[in-house]
Design a protein. Structure first.
Length: 272
């Protein structure tokens, strides 16, 4: 028969094991956000993008199958790929291969070159694609533990593919899987037309898109909030850094504001 002391030791040991595992995951994640395998320019932007806090909020684990949507030049891929390399898998759902949009073709090719330049680091990255014209196979159906998208919703709105994108995410995720969304945040009541023009999207609209696809909102975080950003600029969100579309005009003003105010939303695909 177990004594109270032995039961206490067992419970304490179990708690210590769980705490150590969580700490180890966070330590590994923190390490890759500042790793010398990343470009110095990208590391410099950690202070604006908060990757450690953002991914921790979403609940990422190194054993997960994760889909990164429209990774662009691979800013987040530099973190996700090494973090998932040993135990997990990363699907990078990039711009459509057959797209006639020059910007898409250039960035998809640059991303492929980035993966090829460090084959060991990116060995568990599988390149797929997301189209704005149809529900896409960003990963095999019901295969992903997590789908992540960073500042992309406004682009899908402009192309008319926002609803299709969220349906694609729902199809890819396992029941109980997590969708993490970071997006430039518009003021409540902003019209659809203004969202498309400015690059800022209301939280209400993003939640509506997700819930229409079948997701449930789990939590919100202010980790990427920027109260200095009025979300009202001559060239929309691209007025601010890093784009600075006005170039030298009021440059110091926009640098002082910093990168955009952003929502950070966590959704779940309900288990049936």
């Amino acid at each position: 028969m177990k004594t109270k002391k032995s039961s206490f030791v067992l419970i304490f040991s179990l708690f210590s094991f769980i705490s150590s595992a969580v700490t180890a995951d966070n330590t590994d994640l923190a390490a890759v956000t500042t790793s010398d395998k990343r470009s110095p320019e990208n590391i410099h932007r950690n202070v604006a993008r908060h990757p450690l806090e953002t991914l921790t909020f979403f609940g990422i684990k190194p054993s997960m199958t994760v889909v990164e949507i429209w990774p662009g030049n691979g800013w987040y891929t530099e973190i996700l790929a090494p973090y998932l390399k040993e135990e997990g898998r990363l699907y990078a759902a990039h711009f459509p291969k057959e797209s006639k949009v020059k910007f898409f073709s250039i960035y998809r090719e640059k991303f492929k070159q980035k993966l090829a330049a460090q084959p060991v680091l990116y060995q568990n990255v599988k390149l797929t694609e997301l189209s704005s014209k149809a529900i896409s196979v960003v990963s095999p159906e019901n295969s992903a533990d997590m789908v992540l998208t960073f500042r992309n919703v406004h682009n899908w709105m402009s192309a008319g593919g926002d609803k299709l994108a969220f349906l694609s995410f729902y199809k890819a995720l396992k029941p109980g899987g997590i969708l993490g969304v970071v997006e430039h945040r518009a003021k409540p009541g902003t019209s659809i037309e203004a969202m498309k023009a400015s690059g800022y999207v209301t939280e209400e609209y993003v939640i509506q898109l997700a819930e229409s696809a079948g997701f449930k909102l789990l939590a919100r975080s202010e980790v990427n909030a920027n109260p200095k950003d009025s979300a009202d600029h001559p060239k929309g969100v691209w007025t601010l850094p890093p784009t600075l579309r006005l170039k030298e005009e009021n440059r110091d003003k926009y640098l002082a504001i910093g990168e955009s105010d952003r929502m950070t939303l966590k959704f779940i695909k309900p288990s049936k």
